[in-house]
Design a protein around this ligand. Structure first.
Ligand SMILES: NC(=O)c1ccc[n+]([C@@H]2O[C@H](COP(=O)([O-])OP(=O)(O)OC[C@H]3O[C@@H](n4cnc5c(N)ncnc54)[C@H](O)[C@@H]3O)[C@@H](O)[C@H]2O)c1
Length: 257
């Protein structure tokens, strides 16, 4: 990413997308957000794209990206943060309409936006793309479509990095662990999620903050990571490192100071 051009953040009105858009704007980037349920980011310089499009809708994505570039200039950085969480169900009760929704938004949507923007970046010989995957795509869990969709996001990140590497476009993924967004907080408040169960498998015994995911995304968009493409960077407070310790009796508490 150079100082030329905007950064587009899909799903930028809430959660990880909003934290990322806010941070990038504070760092001096020109940032445009798009979201199916658009809300401006009050108190920031972030521009909200006023014509929402569904990232899973091919023709809407193609025309939406063309319109954004026509209005705001070339997209030099893309953050694919639009996504929906997986519904947690035993396998017998997985509804295929729900399966299709999760795969369509989380995988197809990521691919469609990355393709629409990436071919434009490749023609200009510059750009950086960050896809938001999940530790769920690297582990198993009773969220059958979501885990598969996120694993596939990690896979297409590599494929797109190889596709556009010679055209000067870098493509990477971040994989957040359980991240303290408003939606996660609401799930904890309603009792649908148990905070201790989310925290205790992590090496650091805590949730991830949205700003921590944003900082990793900012690095992957910036020239500071100019030699990095095709990777998947977990930002998970050590969820992947810590989760297997249950088999050995669990993680050790810190010794008393
Ligand atoms: N919060 C977590 O614990 C966590 C963990 C791992 C990965 N993630 C991933 O991070 C990404 C962002 O999630 P979040 O936690 O910030 O959720 P969020 O719900 O706070 O934000 C997601 C945003 O995407 C938008 N969106 C949803 N469907 C869309 C569509 N079809 N087209 C355009 N926009 C759409 C929503 O309106 C919302 O503003 C998702 O891909 C999610 O799977 C989140």
């Amino acid at each position: 990413m150079t100082a030329e051009g905007i950064v587009l953040v899909t799903g930028g009105s809430r959660g990880i997308g909003a934290a990322t858009a806010t941070l990038l704007a504070e760092q001096g980037r020109r940032v445009v957000i798009s979201d199916i349920a658009p809300e401006p980011l009050a108190g920031t310089q972030v521009v909200m794209w006023p014509a929402p499009f569904d990232v899973a809708n091919e023709s809407a994505v193609v025309s939406g990206i063309a319109d954004i570039e026509a209005a705001h200039g070339p997209i030099a950085g893309l953050v694919n943060a639009a996504g929906v969480f997986g519904k947690m169900h035993p396998i017998e009760r997985v509804r295929m309409d729900q399966w299709d929704r999760e795969v369509n938004i989380d995988l197809r949507g990521t691919f469609l936006v990355a393709r629409s923007v990436g071919v434009r970046m490749a023609a200009r010989r510059q750009g950086a793309i960050v896809n938001v995957a999940s530790v769920a795509g690297m582990t198993s869990g009773p969220i059958h479509a979501y885990t598969a969709a996120k694993a596939a996001v990690i896979q297409i990140t590599q494929t797109l990095a190889a596709e556009w590497g010679r055209s000067g476009v870098r493509v990477n993924a971040v994989s957040p662990g359980f991240t303290r967004t408003a939606m996660l907080e609401a799930g904890i408040a309603s009792g649908a999620l148990n905070k201790k169960w989310l925290e205790s498998p992590t090496a650091m015994n805590r949730l991830v903050e949205p700003i921590e995911v944003a900082q990793a995304i900012s690095w992957l968009l910036s020239p500071m990571s100019s030699g990095v493409t095709g990777i998947n960077l977990p930002v998970d407070a050590g969820y992947i490192a810590g989760t297997t310790w249950a088999a050995y009796g669990g993680l050790r508490e810190a010794p008393n100071a």
